[in-house]
Every structure is written in structure tokens, then in C-alpha cells.
Write a protein that binds this ligand. Structure first.
Ligand code: PLP
Ligand code: COI
Length: 339
């Protein structure tokens, strides 16, 4: 059923799917991307032998549209999502979708569903979910030769509400292999995180923190966000690893932290070192910046900063980032595109 605008409570949207009026669709066949267009139907018809149903050829992206105070709409670094989509496509043996068309299609979807971009100050945004799946019939394990690219949009609240510290559990499971698909945004990485996250939720944790899959010694990332810490010396540190997603929020915060004199660095961080951080957080499009209140490992809880208060540096980073995204403050050149 189509979402009715009048039925939305902007303050309490949660992070859940809603069927908005328009989505973008383009098909790849005969060796090339066909012309795309907006469509109203939220459903997709697939053959029972479609590649995606068996061998998981899927990639996706997540980005947001922000309602500015002047009523216009901002996109945050959409060309970065377009580029990561290309890299994910290459890793999954899929035909890259042209990056300029990706950004144009994102804008088309935002404009077509404009009334669903939440009001400024509601704390909500319009989340965009571009994705691509292999659709042609396969039986043997092989890449598809036909693909579907789509972008749908959903108004969302915060993934983890507000700047409230959350409790995380160090997972015994691995999310992605060392030389596997961890750097690609592909469904398999999330499928492997489902059981760990169900178990973590059952024990009252917000999500899992995964270790590097080779030595289980270094911090990798959360199920849906990258990790950062502020050392006792006040340095912004974030893991370098072959098995984590190259986060656009992380890239942005590395630059903002530089400007703020936090001497940021990407390097390996042992779990033991993570326990000693002055502050820590999860960062990502959905997560924005969510403070880490505690990390539990082998039954022992390590509190980072505080379980109910957010540290001053995390708070400052959060406001720096969000003010740029909403257009309250100018960001580095080219970060924001206004519609
Ligand atoms: N890591 C994982 C596993 C994610 O799913 C996400 C979310 O997209 C991120 C990190 C953060 O990436 P970004 O900042 O580009 O949203
Ligand atoms: C995003 O932040 O866009 C993601 O894809 C994370 C997902 C767990 C919602």
C-alpha cells in the first residue's frame, strides 16, 4: 500500500520501509544499460532462476536527502556513493552503472517524492537506496548477463535514536573474509551479520562489533557502520582493514577531524586499545554518529566515556557533520549539492 503523507509522524518515523509514489528503474541487457525512468510499482517480477535468488549478485548504496532551513534540499556527496557503487559492481562481476546517471537518477527520485523529504528540524531525512541485482536465469554458478538497477526512497528517523550511547557486543562470528567482499556494499556481508545481530539484540546490545577475520585481534567495524575512537591523547583514530566498507561518513569525518586539530589517522586498532579510548562512536549514513557507551567482550563490559552521556569530541564531530549536511554551515567545496 502506498504511504499516505498525512499518516507520517515526522518525529517518530523509525528506520523502516515505506512505499512512496516513485522509484527509478533501469535495465541492463544486450550488453548495455538501457534508458531508465521513474516507475510507480514497488514490486519486481523475477524468474525463479534469477541470479540474485541463488548466487547473491546484489550491490546497494545508502545516502540521504536533507531538508534545509530555507526549504531547499541537500544531497551529501552523492558522487561518492556513485563511485563506491562502481567499485562494488566490479567486485561482484556486475556492469557498473554510469556514475553521472546514478547521481541524476538520485535527484530524479528525490524531486519526484519531494513532499516526503522530512521538514528541517524534525531530525528525519529522506533515505535513498540505490541497488542492482542480477536478473537473468542461471543454474551453474556464473554471473548474470541481465541486471536491474533501482533507486527507492524512504523517509527515516535516526538508525539509533539521537546522540545516545549504545552498548555493543564483540562478535564471535566474522562478517566478511579478509580478502573477501568486505569492501563492497553487497547483500552477502549483511546476510552473514544477521544471526550475530539477532543474538546481540537478544542480549540487549544495539549491534555487534566485528574483529578482523584473520587474527581476531583488531577492530574491523560494526554491522552497519564504521568505528572511530578518540585516544587518551585526543587523536581521532579509525581502523584500516581490507574487510571493512570504505565509508563516506568516515572519509568526511577524517577531513573534519583534521580541521578540528584531532590529528586523524587510519590504522590498525587492537581490541585492547579500543577499550582504552577516551570516546568512541559508530559512523555511517544511517548511523550518522552514534556514541559507543560500552563494548562487551567475553562477558566483560568495557565502558567507553559513559553509558548515558556523550563525550565532548563526539558531540562536536556530530554537529560539524550534521550542520554541513543540512546546509547550516559551509563544508569543503563540493560536499553538498542543493536541489
Ligand atoms: N560499514 C557498513 C557495514 C555499512 O553498512 C555502512 C553504511 O553504509 C558503513 C560502514 C558506513 O558507510 P557510509 O558512511 O558510506 O554510509
Ligand atoms: C547505510 O548507512 O546507508 C547502511 O546501508 C547501513 C544499513 C545498516 C542501514
Amino acid at each position: 500500500m502506498k504511504q499516505k503523507l498525512a499518516e507520517l509522524d515526522w518525529q517518530n518515523l523509525g528506520f523502516q520501509y515505506r512505499d512512496l509514489p516513485y522509484r527509478y528503474e533501469a535495465k541492463f541487457k544486450d550488453g548495455k544499460w538501457q534508458q531508465g525512468n521513474l516507475v510507480e510499482d514497488a514490486t519486481i517480477k523475477l524468474s525463479e532462476a534469477a541470479e540474485i535468488l541463488h548466487y547473491g549478485q546484489e550491490i546497494f548504496e545508502g545516502l540521504k536527502a536533507y531538508r534545509r532551513e530555507d526549504g531547499k534540499i541537500n544531497l551529501f556527496r552523492p558522487e561518492q556513493n556513485a563511485h563506491r557503487f562502481t567499485l562494488s559492481a566490479e567486485r561482484l562481476a556486475m556492469p557498473p552503472f554510469p556514475e553521472d546517471r546514478f547521481v541524476e537518477a538520485v535527484k530524479e527520485v528525490v524531486r519526484a517524492n519531494e513532499e516526503f523529504v522530512p521538514p528541517y528540524d524534525s531530525g528525519a531525512t529522506l533515505y535513498l537506496r540505490p541497488f542492482m541485482v542480477g536478473t537473468s536465469n542461471v543454474l551453474g554458478v556464473t554471473a548474470a548477463d541481465e541486471y536491474l538497477f533501482r533507486i527507492f526512497a524512504v523517509p527515516v528517523g535516526a538508525y539509533i535514536k539521537g546522540l545516545n550511547p549504545a552498548a555493543y557486543l564483540v562478535s564471535d562470528y566474522d562478517r566478511a573474509a579478509y580478502n573477501g567482499t568486505g569492501q563492497a556494499k553487497t547483500s552477502g556481508n549483511y546476510a552473514s551479520s544477521l544471526l550475530p545481530s539477532v543474538e546481540a539484540h537478544q542480549h540487549g546490545f544495539a549491534d555487534c562489533l566485528y574483529l578482523d577475520p584473520r587474527e581476531h585481534k583488531y577492530v574491523d567495524e560494526f554491522g552497519g557502520a564504521n568505528f572511530f575512537g578518540i585516544t587518551q591523547e585526543g587523536q581521532f583514530v579509525t581502523p584500516q582493514s581490507k574487510s571493512i566498507l570504505v565509508s563516506i561518513t568516515k572519509r568526511s569525518l577524517l577531513e573534519l577531524a583534521e580541521r578540528m586539530g584531532l590529528n586523524p589517522v587510519e590504522r590498525q586498532i587492537t581490541l585492547e586499545e579500543a577499550f582504552t579510548m577516551k570516546e568512541a562512536g559508530a559512523m555511517g549514513t544511517a548511523a550518522v554518529i552514534s556514541p559507543v557507551g560500552s563494548i562487551t567482550y567475553q562477558g566483560v563490559k568495557h565502558v567507553i566515556y559513559s553509558e548515558d552521556q556523550t563525550g565532548p569530541i563526539t558531540t562536536k564531530l556530530y554537529h560539524e557533520l550534521v550542520d554541513i549536511q543540512y546546509g547550516n554551515k559551509p563544508g569543503p567545496a563540493g560536499w553538498v549539492q542543493t536541489l
